[in-house]
Design a protein around this ligand. Structure first.
Ligand code: UGA
Length: 552
């Protein structure tokens, strides 16, 4: 029988550690789960009503596990084929999830220590720009070696290079620690669902008696809610490598479609139609075929580069080159988009305003790490426009300004003499603009039922065609000021779309593209970098639309 697990400690209170610990605590009420981080400010936020990250459903689970409050969990509906183990009744229970900055003490009490700290790309030195920076991970393992109790199981939750489990020096004289690999497959924006209804749990262990015992102890924690056939055990190196390969394969699909998008734009083929046609083959599958301005996020690029570095160190240059091409194609997609935008605007942005809609790396998150929007803003900046307006329905404007300052230099912001202005209202961001560029696929920006799996309804404009015409001919329109009886401005009173500081209260309000049209400069260009627009209805309003993978 596996050793009993009564206490689990997560090191690293971030995107992985926080939500994973919360769901493990939810389904294992008899296990005490602690999440530690040396950053006390971060821990204070986890202990407050406003955790440092936003994930749909997370707060509800925290209320149950951290605060022990009665909470109905009925709305976590299982997908087909799952039997829910979440009790619909609201039983009181003892809180079993704690957040603390006392790292040594929590580690010392744990049967299982999960290391979930950042492993970014190494910036300089040997392997700089592609190898994984193991500094934070190593610092943590030294603490673990010092404080963990004999027999504790150490788990690599962070994404680490293949063979880390062997290279790790977690030992104290006379004490052996079993090291497992248990990579995370959750996505930003759907983390709680990905954890509650995981398609697989991967556990890598040494093929020894103590390795197998450790793996079954960890498996028993997941078995509280994950069907046994979804818990896969492999050797440590396969598990470490599988994490990198999973992300590399997903990213490779996107880059493949982006390469095809470039062909579509020159031939009259439509990349969505191509994706639909090939995705109907179950061997290919329909997911992750969305062309656009390429993938962002903290993981894809970093993990591919780690794979590239691994291949290089193994003296497999052809393999390294193959995977590097996935990253190169991603950059090509962004560059092509900016070039197309500039071309629409007569090859000059001098004296012009352009609007960037969407700053997060994907919809339904305020995570902006490696966001394509950042690259696009920086490239537009180079063209010297009068203004680059930026709007995002979920990213706080102050956070955006800080990030743009960090990424493109503080001088990029208009407040410091540059051209970037961050808005909290979408219509203000679009007012007087020469072109709108869509850089994140938020439902707010759509004017059609989206692609596969998206249930959102197309935009219904509140204006009649004749009202629109009258407005277009109004010499005072489109740009300010609009007269009081301007039908467009009557719309304004009823439809606002602005940044929501509390994402839990966010109501997805569709943007009124007709209204945007009248407030833009002619000719009203929209460049759809995420394929969210139905071109014909945009053109009926009067827009000129360019969309990735479709002929303009
Ligand atoms: C990704 C993986 O999907 C997770 O399985 C993995 O656990 C995670 O990385 C990780 O390693 O931590 P995430 O980065 O949250 O998750 O985001 P994705 O939903 O995978 O999207 C990544 C990027 O690809 C986004 O910028 C998205 O807009 C873009 N994308 C996605 C496309 O351009 N086209 C698509 O068809 C799908």
């Amino acid at each position: 029988a596996p050793p009993p697990v009564r206490n689990i400690c997560f090191i690293g209170a971030g995107f992985v550690g926080g939500p994973t610990a919360a769901v493990i605590a939810l389904h294992n009420p008899d296990v005490r789960v602690s999440v530690v981080d040396r950053d006390e400010k971060r821990i204070r936020r986890w202990n407050s009503k406003h955790p440092p990250i936003y994930e749909p459903g997370l707060n509800k689970i925290l209320r149950v596990t951290r605060d022990g409050s009665r909470e109905s969990l009925c709305d976590f509906k299982p997908p087909a084929g799952w039997e829910t183990r979440l009790s619909p009744s609201s039983k009181t229970r003892n809180p079993n999830l704690v957040f603390s900055s006392d790292v040594a003490r929590s580690v010392a009490q744990a049967d299982i220590v999960m290391v979930a700290v950042n492993t970014p790309t190494k910036r300089r030195g040997n392997g700089g720009g592609s190898a994984t920076d193991m500094a934070a991970f190593e610092a943590v393992t030294a603490t673990v070696a010092e404080h963990a109790r004999p027999g504790a199981i150490i788990v690599e939750k962070s994404t680490v290079p293949c063979r880390t489990s062997q290279l790790l020096a977690i030992h104290r004289p006379g004490v052996h620690f079993e090291i497992l690999s248990n990579p995370e497959f959750l996505s930003a924006g759907t983390a709680i669902n990905d954890l509650l209804y995981a398609n697989r749990i991967l556990i890598g262990a040494r093929n020894t008696e103590s390795g197998r015992r450790a793996a079954s102890a960890l498996a028993s924690v997941y078995a509280s809610w994950i069907p046994p056939e979804r818990i896969i055990t492999t050797n440590c190196f396969s598990s470490e490598l599988a994490k990198l390969v999973a992300n590399a394969m997903l990213a490779q699909r996107i880059s493949s479609m982006n390469s095809i998008a470039a062909i579509c734009e020159k031939t009259g083929a439509d990349v969505d139609e191509v994706a639909g046609a090939i995705g109907a083959d179950p061997r290919i599958g329909s997911k992750f075929l969305r062309a656009g301005i390429g993938f962002g996020g903290s993981c894809f690029k970093k993990d591919i580069l780690s794979l590239v570095y691994l291949a290089e160190t193994l003296v497999l240059p052809e393999v390294a080159q193959y995977w590097r091409a996935v990253v190169d194609m991603n950059e090509f997609a962004r560059n092509r988009f900016v070039t197309r935008a500039v071309k629409c605007l007569n090859n000059t942005l001098t004296g012009k305003k352009v609007t960037v809609l969407g700053f997060a790396f994907k919809k339904n998150t305020n995570d902006t790490r490696e966001s394509p929007a950042l690259d696009i803003i920086r490239a537009l900046e180079e063209e010297g426009p009068a203004e680059i307006a930026v709007y995002d329905p979920l990213c706080p404007p102050t956070q955006m300004s800080e990030e743009i300052g960090r990424f493109a230099g503080n001088g990029a912001l208009q407040s410091n003499g540059g051209s970037v202005v961050v808005y909290s209202d979408v219509y203000a961001a679009c007012r007087g603009t020469n072109a709108v560029l869509i850089t994140t696929e938020f439902d707010e920006f759509k004017n059609r039922a989206g692609r596969s799996g998206d249930q959102s309804r197309p935009l219904e404009s509140t204006q009649t065609p004749s009202m629109r015409l009258a407005h277009a001919e109004d010499p005072l329109c489109p740009i300010p000021p609009c007269s009081d009886d301007c039908p467009d401005c009557q719309v304004e009173a009823s439809s606002t779309l602005s940044f929501t500081s509390n994402p839990e209260q966010r109501r997805t309000t569709k943007m009124d593209w007709t209204k945007v049209y009248y407030h833009m400069r002619r000719p009203q260009w929209v460049l759809d970098g995420r394929g969210v627009l139905e071109i014909e209805s945009m053109e009926r309003i009067g827009f000129r639309v360019e969309s990735v993978g479709r002929c303009g």
